[in-house]
Design a binder for this molecule. Structure first.
Ligand SMILES: [Fe+2]
Length: 165
């Protein structure tokens, strides 16, 4: 057996030190699960919302779904770029997402807006913790998380604004 078959080299190299890569990879993986869940919950709500605000909420939810999908892709690809294999399988998402549960069945429009507002609030709280965690490990990932948080905080405002009257 030659040396090459004994030591399996990681397929993707990265400038990050092992420990920084590991911490950053965990942050990205956890964020990926939350964002895929947001995308799934957004579609669930899009299909199940009922009430007078149906049309606005239905369309607003698809904007959120599109954003969540894009962010999930950015996060997964950042993980890959630092040599961490992203895991976005349904079973992994079901087990690892930290977002509040969204109940099944038809959902009243204002109830949906409140639920989405609460989900975004928790997601933003988790993202801000991860922004702190990546401060010493990888500023490029931190920059990505800051950009995502900025957009989700804007979205959180817009969802809240629908409830204010
Ligand atoms: Fe649709």
């Amino acid at each position: 057996m030659n040396q090459k078959t004994v030591t399996k080299k990681a397929p993707i190299s990265t400038p990050l030190h092992d420990q920084d890569r590991e911490i950053t990879g965990k942050v990205l993986q956890a964020t990926l699960l939350d964002l895929i869940d947001l995308h799934l919950v957004g579609k669930q709500a899009h299909w199940n919302v009922i009430g007078r605000l149906f049309h606005d909420v239905h369309l607003h939810l698809d904007e959120l779904v599109t954003a969540a999908r894009g962010f999930a892709d950015d996060v997964a690809e950042r993980a890959a770029a630092i040599g961490i294999s992203p895991d976005g399988r349904a079973a992994t998402v079901a087990q690892g997402s930290g977002l509040p549960k969204f109940e099944a069945g038809w959902r009243d429009d204002r109830d949906v807006v409140q639920a989405i507002t609460d989900i975004l609030e928790e997601l933003i709280r988790r993202l801000r913790e991860r922004i702190d965690e990546t401060d010493k490990t990888d500023l490029v990932t931190q920059d990505l998380l800051i950009g995502i948080s900025r957009e989700l905080e804007k979205s959180h405002w817009m969802w809240q604004a629908q409830l204010a009257s």
